[in-house]
Design a protein around this ligand. Structure first.
Ligand SMILES: [Zn+2]
Length: 160
């Protein structure tokens, strides 16, 4: 019997800080990983990549998923303990948002591509900037601050 896929959703606020104007991928670590995947990354070593466009208002509505597809998640799971002779297996998710509410994101997938089993991380992802915190952008002024404690643009200080 075919197992029915449960729909995954993640709060928009868990991903919005990693969106860029031109959909540049980032690699998420630690606190930056959406809660939905925290258990997975505790159990297995994973590389979690996210990419998405900051201003999705001009993107096209996808009637099949009742929302706008504005980005994606790629999860490379360590497969060295699996019987298959590969380093990773890859699952991809499309991120769909209902632009009227912008509260939750539907993850469509996992899509298993032809490269589901692989030894290499896709060339577009290898140099991705690593984000450790939920808020790489200053929540006060929007300046990109990465994982530093103080925004040197407006002086905002990260609380522990
Ligand atoms: Zn700031």
């Amino acid at each position: 019997m075919k197992k029915k896929k449960r729909k995954k959703t993640i709060p928009y606020k868990e991903i919005k800080n990693f969106l860029t104007k031109d959909c540049i991928p980032v690699r998420l670590e630690g606190d930056a990983i959406p809660n939905k995947f925290k258990n997975l990354v505790k159990k297995k070593k994973c590389y979690v990549y996210a990419s998405g466009i900051e201003d999705f208002s001009s993107d096209t509505y996808d009637p099949n998923h009742s929302g706008i597809q504005f980005g994606g998640l790629q999860i490379y799971r360590d497969a060295t303990m699996d019987p298959e002779p590969y380093l990773f297996n890859v699952d991809g998710y499309s991120m769909i948002i209902d632009s009227t509410t912008s509260i939750e994101i539907d993850l469509i997938g996992p899509e298993k591509t032809i490269n589901h089993w692989t030894n290499t991380i896709a060339s577009g992802l290898t140099g991705a900037k690593v984000q450790f915190h939920k808020f790489p952008k200053c929540p006060n002024c929007g300046n990109i601050i990465g994982d530093v404690a103080i925004c040197n643009y407006c002086g905002w200080i990260r609380s522990k």
